[in-house]
Design a protein around this ligand. Structure first.
Ligand code: ZN
Length: 480
């Protein structure tokens, strides 16, 4: 059976025939052996039998072939490109978010952030990722990151950020004389909303369909109720949403309870800001009540499994969230820019919790694969364009080289990829019908030249982070 679209009937030339075992991730989860995907311009024009399509499109450029898996371009739902060059040290530098991650991002100039963005995009695209999600904390970085995305060819959801609230949790001993407090700044909010409106209009146009502007609200401790409500309204006008780091650590929850009498997700629900446009980033320390509230509101979760352990918090309750109907997508969060590995980590993490109940369906390999493809697309409200291979959708396609005994033979490519796949198995990657990786090499980035710049920047960033450490790190590695 071959599915075609109007595009093909209008006889525009097929630019690519992408051949192999086609894992569609469509509603029926069809897998087509000896299949092919035909690309016309930036769209998928046809999916069907490779031999038959080759005859009808003799002029098309053929990629993929025998022992290849043709899968939807992988999707990363959470990242901070400015933190890519300090990623190796952060676990040992605990507590790390406000001492290492955010300062490492903040010290970078606009030229520096272009290098960091190229490094992150190179890692992601080389690992078969076609869509990434940036979550900025630094306004001056937003334009250079988007310009770099346009140059390198990756698709990007850009959650631009600002905060308009100061707050402080009084620690145990401080409570003898002090109380926790917060203070909002309406002027910062007004100025930033005006800027955000212009930003949305500009990048919906300039991004040529590859950029979706979102809002980043750093969290309840940093953003006013008015900001949550106003940004939700703005996102509704444009059909995107608001991403917020939430229910991540004990201090944040304690602050919210002490100031508002509610946990953070409950607080957003109480003010009317928990909507289908909210993407809760991490949401590790989330109660049954809060999962219920998110399910009722239609809110989603960006789950970065590695960071569950990296910031020493807790394991996000993903099987429960999915069972309740909450959409969950995977996020690399800079630490491992490889969505196939994230799927495996998520599978091990969540299946381990399900198996003591003797429930083989508690969290499956297919569930993990969905969270990096179609469910990730739903989370980003982009599933009419990406997340599955279907006629009429954008031609975001990853070809996996399975011409080895690690990935072949296989009767279930999804399970094989979740168990054994690594990013560098990606042989070719198309974003919106354009090659960004071919035969295992980046097409749009000179990796050797980038490496030299990244080494210089990485050394400079880390030299400024080392004095921020409390103590000399205990380590069994001695780099000479
Ligand atoms: Zn984050």
């Amino acid at each position: 059976m071959t599915m075609t679209s109007d595009i093909e009937e209008n006889s525009e030339p097929v630019t690519f025939l992408v051949e192999g075992t086609v894992v569609t991730m469509d509603a029926e989860r069809r897998v087509i052996s000896n299949g092919a995907v035909a690309v016309v311009g930036d769209r998928i024009a046809e999916i069907g039998d490779a031999a038959e399509m080759r005859i009808r499109h003799p002029g098309a450029r053929r990629i993929g072939g025998d022992r290849r898996y043709v899968i939807p371009g992988l999707i990363d739902c959470h990242n901070h490109v400015g933190q890519v060059l300090c990623r190796e040290s952060v676990a040992e530098d605990f507590p790390n978010i406000y001492r290492i991650y955010i300062p490492a991002e903040a010290i970078q100039s606009q030229d520096d952030i272009r290098i960091s963005a190229q490094v992150a995009f190179a890692q992601l695209m080389r690992a078969g990722v076609t869509t990434m999600t940036e979550t900025t904390c630094t306004v001056s970085h937003e334009e250079p990151i988007l310009e770099t995305a346009m140059e390198t060819g990756i698709r990007i959801a850009m959650a631009r950020g600002m905060w308009d609230r100061e707050s402080r949790l009084a620690g145990n001993y401080e409570q003898i004389t002090e109380k926790s407090w917060y203070s909002d700044d309406p002027k910062i909010l007004a100025d930033d909303l005006a800027y955000t409106k212009e930003f949305f209009a500009k990048w919906f146009e300039k991004g040529e369909g590859r950029v979706r502007p979102w809002v980043h609200n750093l969290g309840v401790p940093s953003c006013s109720d008015e900001r949550f409500l106003a940004t939700d309204e703005l996102a509704a006008e444009w059909g995107t949403g608001v991403m917020t780091h939430i229910n991540r650590d004990r201090e944040e929850i304690e602050l919210s309870v002490s100031l508002f009498g509610h946990r953070p997700i409950e607080h957003l629900a109480s003010i009317g800001a928990l909507t289908e446009r909210l993407v809760a980033i991490h949401a590790m320390l989330t109660t049954d009540r809060e999962i219920q509230l998110m399910a009722e509101a239609g809110a989603g979760v960006a789950h970065a499994p590695v960071v569950c352990t990296d910031i020493m918090s807790a394991v996000t309750r993903v099987p429960m969230m999915r069972a309740m109907g909450v959409t969950v997508g995977l996020g690399a969060d800079t630490v491992i820019n490889d969505v196939l590995k994230l799927m495996r980590i998520a599978y091990i993490m969540h299946n381990q919790a399900a198996m003591p109940l003797f429930d083989p369906y508690g969290f499956s390999m297919s569930d993990a694969f969905e969270m990096g493809t179609i469910d990730a697309a739903k989370l980003l409200k982009w599933d009419s364009e990406i997340g599955s291979l279907e006629v009429g959708k954008a031609a975001d396609i990853t070809v996996i080289d399975a011409n080895n005994v690690r990935l072949s033979p296989s009767t279930n490519p999804v399970a094989t990829l979740v168990r054994y796949g690594v990013g560098t198995d990606a042989e070719s990657v198309l974003v919106a019908g354009e090659l960004t990786v071919h035969e295992g090499e980046l097409v749009t980035i000179d990796e050797a030249a980038l490496l030299l710049e990244a080494e210089e920047l990485g050394a400079r960033v880390m030299s400024q982070m080392v004095p921020r450490r409390y103590v000399e790190l205990g380590t069994n590695v001695n780099v000479l």
